[in-house]
Design a protein around this ligand. Structure first.
Ligand SMILES: Nc1nc2c(ncn2[C@@H]2O[C@H](COP(=O)(O)OP(=O)(O)O)[C@@H](O)[C@H]2O)c(=O)[nH]1
Ligand SMILES: [Mg+2]
Length: 295
């Protein structure tokens, strides 16, 4: 029995399985497709956020929204431990690695198995990328693991994101409005989103999810705080106890100097609201705002 609980794959090992001729030739393959027809320019959106923030629901909702508008979209589940998803992913990491199997095979508990799976998945990235390429869609909607750290802080995820050499990738960080409606909660979410952005070489958008679950005034307030640091600062002062203002000032300064996407995109997957704003932001990022929807 191989023991992997203490020895997770190193970057070199991960790279060695990902730098074959397929990756080098991917750009060419993507440009024309295997049978020579022109492929759409692919955008990959990585939905990330704390557990329960609404990643899986938005992955599914955005696919429905895009398809209704004539854009092709596929969903990718990157969570090897998820038991029920609520949608049928087009590409599913569980076809290669599964937490249940790793627990049994390596005698690990659920947390150790989750971590091992996140790294073991790297051994299959070329196959997963090939499966994704096979669909040739406008959008690849990537649903990341429930626990944010499994995607955000494992080296394997960076390798996965970097292994695509064509198309565009963007991180979509979903904030829970129940957390964000408290000023210190919003600052914490921005710090988390910034620290994740720091690890990846692709743009990041910040989404305010589940907008149907709070009052419209709360949404406005959260967006105002996000856009106006001074306003956020004074609200922070009002809510923090006297021992914390110094930390608040430092966090605020850090936030101001981070190159982050500050205007939160309000979205409700339940109400199918805000999808077009997300689409427009992505188009602005990669296509100069040009509309890709068929007439
Ligand atoms: N009110 C509301 N609830 C939502 C929305 N999106 C997701 N949820 C709920 O939030 C919970 C977590 O959603 P899920 O997509 O599984 O979160 P994940 O862990 O980030 O993938 C579920 O109970 C969803 O039904 C939304 O737009 N509005
Ligand atoms: Mg999920």
């Amino acid at each position: 029995m191989i023991h992997i609980s203490t020895k997770i794959l190193t970057m070199t090992q991960i790279w060695s399985v990902n730098t074959g001729p397929r990756i080098k030739n991917q750009k060419l393959a993507n440009a024309t497709g295997q049978d020579g027809d022109l492929m759409p320019e692919e955008t990959r959106i990585y939905f990330i956020g704390t557990a329960g923030s609404g990643k899986s629901t938005l992955t599914q909702a955005y696919k429905l929204w895009a398809e209704e508008r004539g854009l092709s979209a596929i969903t990718v589940n990157l969570d090897p431990g998820v038991e029920s998803l609520g949608y049928q992913p087009d590409v599913d990491i569980r076809d290669w690695v599964s937490v249940a199997e790793v627990m049994e095979e390596y005698g690990l508990g659920p947390n150790g198995a989750q971590i091992a799976c996140a790294d073991l998945a790297a051994l299959h990235f070329h196959e997963i990328a090939e499966a994704i390429d096979g669909f040739r869609s406008n959008y690849v909607l990537i649903d990341t693991p429930g626990q944010i750290e499994l995607f955000a802080f494992r080296n394997a995820s960076e390798v996965f994101v970097d292994s695509f050499t064509s198309g565009h990738g963007v991180l979509a960080f979903i904030m829970d409005p129940m957390v964000a409606k408290d000023p210190s909660g919003l600052v914490s979410l921005f710090l988390l989103s910034s620290s994740i952005h720091f690890r990846f070489n692709i743009p990041m958008l910040n989404i305010l999810g589940k907008t149907d679950s709070v009052e419209p005034e709360d949404i406005e307030q959260i967006r105002d705080w996000a856009m106006e640091p001074d306003l956020m600062m004074s609200s922070l002062y009002e809510t923090l106890d006297s021992s914390k203002p110094l930390a608040a000032i430092e966090f605020q300064r850090a936030m101001e100097s981070f190159p982050i996407h500050r205007d939160l995109i309000p979205i409700s997957s339940f109400e199918m609201e805000g999808m077009e704003d997300l689409y427009n932001y992505v188009q602005m990022l990669f296509f100069g705002g040009e509309d890709q929807m068929p007439d």
